[in-house]
Design a protein around this ligand. Structure first.
Ligand SMILES: [Zn+2]
Length: 215
């Protein structure tokens, strides 16, 4: 299975990606991770990417794509892959199709985790994180047994500075601006698998796998 997964911040993409990658025995590849990896291994593209990152600039599409290409040629991608956080722009998506074609592979599906904005905002505003182990809670949907105390380790919970309405609103606007063209692109290729992401973790994961199996 050759897959990508998209979803707004707070849509639960990472959690579902884990379930899918386990089910199909394919690596869950987060872009941030492969960038850091290419940089630490000082591959030619990694060195180039670092120059941009150090200057506080975005890594250009051609460099990002070259890093992705290096990654999918690795042994563990023989059975497929699940990209998370890539492609991020329409241009990257178009180039990605060319990269896959070049190596004789084809994307099977672009999964989009669809969660209404109000739900995402609620989730993030109500999120509390453990100061010690990092476990996250939700004061409404997943409250800790004891107020403001982590169930697992007993440490205090806190709210991240950027988990406020204004910041989330801005992040979502940026996300939708970039992603809407991607969704249309994959729809036009008949590869879009749109998933209603409101529900229990197990239910949504099952829904995704059932939809992929039905392709
Ligand atoms: Zn904890």
């Amino acid at each position: 299975m050759h897959l990508i997964i998209m979803g707004a911040p707070g849509a639960g993409k990472g959690t579902y990606a884990e379930g899918i990658s386990k089910y199909y025995g394919i690596p869950h590849i987060s872009t941030g991770e492969i960038f850091r990896d290419a940089i630490s291994k000082e591959t030619p593209m990694g060195i180039l990417a670092k120059m941009y990152i150090d200057k506080g600039q975005l890594v250009p599409d051609d460099v990002a794509n070259a890093i992705v290409e290096e990654r999918i040629k690795q042994e563990d991608c023989q059975k497929g892959f699940l990209f998370d956080g890539f492609p991020r722009t329409l241009n990257q998506a178009i180039e990605f199709e060319k990269v896959l074609e070049k190596i004789g592979k084809q994307l099977d599906a672009a999964i989009n985790i669809d969660v209404p904005e109000e739900v995402i905002i609620e989730r993030i505003v109500h999120r509390r994180i453990c100061t010690k182990c990092g476990k996250s809670f939700n004061v409404v949907t997943l409250p800790p047994k004891q107020e403001n105390i982590c169930d697992d380790c007993g440490a205090e919970l806190y709210q991240r500075d950027d988990d406020n309405y204004e910041t989330i609103r801005k992040r979502l606007d940026v996300y939708y601006d970039l992603t809407m063209p991607l969704i249309d692109f994959y729809k036009s290729l008949n590869k879009l698998v749109n998933i209603d992401g409101v529900g229990k973790k197990e239910e949504v994961t099952k829904l995704i796998i059932d939809s992929l199996e039905a392709l």
